[in-house]
Ligand binder design. Structure first.
Ligand code: ATP
Ligand code: MG
Length: 624
């Protein structure tokens, strides 16, 4: 952790600024120091050299002594002159004559060298070349610097311009004092520099902090924005560039939040639109894997949205065998898919469209699933109906044609067959007319143009009236094998129901007719009338052929007959129950059948009923 922090600090702007500051300071101080020390050294050296310069009158008096012929006298004179030189910087002074012989030294302990020939090469050169000579040397033995000066001495008393070299003056001075001073100053300077650098570094860190603190805060704020937390605001410390950046970030944060909110709202809107659509919607990515599936679609597919997402749309729609993703992308035709199962019928139309960017890049596919089960069913029904009608009409027409052909072929002249043939043609024509009329009334009911004249009817009376009529017809029938009894089991109460009497009579007629027609051996037809708290229920039971279980749901379909040949032979069209059903539904009721094959059938009709007590009626009236 510490290491991590430390590395971070080394990378930070804070550190970099401080480092730059310190380096700048160091370089400046170095340069200033170098120039300063150099200058100081120069000045000090110049000063030192002037200090150790032997005054010219001393030079002159030595030169005078060298010029005299008496050596011993001159030497003692030189000795006394040299002893007068009182300069603490000067270590050694020698006087050498023009023959290279040492004539005097200020070193009292080394007077023995006087009279000897000098060994110093520089001195010899100076004498030989008649030139002055200066030199800085460094003596490694006692670790000190010396200044050596060799000055030629001329006899000034000689006449003329060409003064004569009489010897040289050798001076050696210790420069320790000069360098001591310089060293001291350098130490002070180095100390001052160090303090300056430390102070500078501290100031640099403080200043860098001041710069990086707002930057750090901005960094944190932008990180928060990235995480989706827009609550905070960066503090604006000043009106400089950093301050402007801080307020720009604050603005940005507000903008991003607004944009985010509007995207979110948009997404929610889209979600709710998708969720409440009656059509299924599936969106996929470029590879055909599902990314969005709405509730309707997942209901259609019978999978949860979580399970569907990520799966291929081809598998989901079960079309992998017939189509590839490329097919869907290349021609987005509509497909009709059958999702019917044992439990439900489901036929879907699938429409595909591409999700395409402006650049043309296809980023996915959208599939809209429309439930067309009902439509498909209606379509099938219509086709079935048309084929039924044409079939139903063709049969009587072909038989009509054959009878008419027979008649025109000469049968009309035969008084024995002609009337029979004509009777059949009449019957067939009647049946066709009846069928067309029934179809017309059905189509009127389908289009909703049938008029219903509702009236409050005592249903007990009405039912009795219809049954009485059948009793009359049956009595007239003189076939003893077909003896029917109509049994009535009615409730005692008078039931008043709102119906269209003509149409309801038609329904009862049809059911009664069926009961008789499909009970070839006669038997009892039981008619019941009873009421529940909100319904009147009529039932008509016979002891006839009954209806096979599989056909029970179909007997109310148009043109449906259990036994086509038999029914047709009896003049049936197969439309009676279909019309009955439409009528009952129009009256707000329900019709259904219960039957055991070979034992008889029971047809039930329920009608809506509001039980009025007679007092209630009066009460209502009195209140009104
Ligand atoms: P229509 O009534 O138009 O003269 P239909 O009697 O053949 O002709 P529906 O009344 O619609 O037609 O009856 C349809 C079919 O239902 C009949 O053909 C018959 O096979 C069957 N069916 C109806 N009622 C009974 C019944 N009481 N017992 C047995 N089968 C019946
Ligand atoms: Mg019928």
């Amino acid at each position: 952790m510490f290491r991590f922090k430390r590395r971070n600090f080394l990378k930070s702007i804070n550190f970099k600024i401080a480092l730059v500051f310190a380096l700048l300071l160091l370089i400046t101080l170095e340069i200033v120091g170098a120039i300063f020390v150099r200058q100081l050294e120069d000045t000090n050296l110049r000063q030192f050299k002037s200090q150790v310069q032997i005054q010219s009158y001393v030079d002159n008096s030595i030169a005078e002594q060298l010029a005299t012929s008496s050596t011993s006298k001159a030497n003692s004179q030189i000795k006394s002159i040299l002893s007068d030189i009182n300069n603490s910087n000067i270590d050694e002074v020698q006087v050498i004559d023009n023959k290279g012989i040492i004539r005097g030294t200020n070193d009292i302990n080394d007077q023995s060298i006087i009279g000897q020939k000098t060994t110093d090469r520089n001195v010899k050169n100076a004498i030989y070349n008649n030139r002055s000579y200066t030199k800085n040397t460094y003596d490694t033995q006692n670790n000190s610097r010396y200044y050596i000066s060799i000055v030629p001495l001329y006899n000034s008393s000689s006449t003329g311009n060409n003064s004569q070299l009489v010897g040289v003056l050798y001076v050696r001075a210790n420069m320790k004092s000069v360098y001591n001073t310089i060293n001291n100053i350098m130490v002070i300077f180095a100390g001052a520099s160090l303090i300056a650098i430390i102070l500078g570094l501290a100031i640099a860190i403080v200043i860098a902090r001041a710069i990086t603190k707002p930057i750090e805060e901005m960094k944190q704020q932008t990180q928060r924005i990235a995480r989706g937390d827009y609550a905070g605001q960066v503090r604006v410390y000043s009106d400089d560039e950093l301050g402007q950046l801080a307020s720009a970030i604050n603005n940005l944060s507000i903008r991003v939040e607004e944009a985010q909110e509007s995207t979110e709202a948009e997404r929610r809107r889209l979600d709710s639109v998708l969720a409440h659509m009656s059509d299924g919607v599936i969106a996929t990515d470029r590879r055909g894997n599902i990314t969005i599936i709405n509730e309707t679609a997942s209901d259609f597919m019978d999978v949860s949205a979580e399970k569907a997402i990520g799966n291929s749309i081809l598998d989901m729609l079960q079309i992998r065998d017939d189509y590839s993703l490329r097919d869907l992308i290349e021609n987005q035709d509509e497909l009709t898919l059958d999702f019917s199962s044992n439990e439900r019928d489901l036929i879907l139309n699938a429409y595909f469209s591409l999700i395409q960017r402006e650049s043309g890049f296809i980023s996915g596919l959208v599939c809209v699933l429309h439930d067309v089960t009902e439509q498909q069913k209606i379509d099938n029904d219509r086709k079935q109906f048309v084929s039924n009608v044409s079939h139903e009409l063709r049969t009587p027409l072909t038989s009509l044609r054959s009878y008419i052909e027979a008649l025109s072929d000469g049968a009309w002249k035969d008084p024995e067959v002609a009337p029979g043939f004509l009777k059949v043609t009449q019957e067939e024509t009647d049946r066709m007319i009846r069928m067309i009329n029934e179809l017309l009334s059905l189509s009127r009911m389908d289009s909703g143009t049938t008029r219903v004249d509702m009236e409050l009817v005592n249903i007990n009376e009405m039912f009795n009236y219809v049954l009485n009529r059948f009793d009359m017809i049956l009595k007239k029938d003189d076939n003893p094998a077909k003896y029917y009894t109509i049994k009535r089991e009615f409730t005692k109460r008078d039931l008043w129901v709102e119906i269209d009497t003509d149409k309801f009579t038609q329904v009862l007629d049809n059911i009664m007719n069926n009961a008789i027609k499909y009970s070839p051996d006669g038997g009892v037809i039981t008619c019941r009338l009873l009421e529940t708290h909100n319904q009147v229920i009529i039932s008509i039971s016979d002891q006839g052929l009954g209806i096979p279980r599989a056909d029970l749901t179909h007997v109310f379909d148009r043109f449906f007959r259990v036994d086509k040949a038999r029914s047709r032979a009896q003049g049936g069209t197969g439309l009676g129950l279909a019309i009955s059903k439409e009528v009952v539904q129009m009256l707000g009721g329900r019709i259904w059948v219960d039957s055991v094959e070979g034992h008889g059938s029971t047809f039930y009709i329920s009608l809506p009923y509001e039980p009025y007590e007679e007092e209630d009626l009066w009460d209502d009236d009195s209140q009104a």
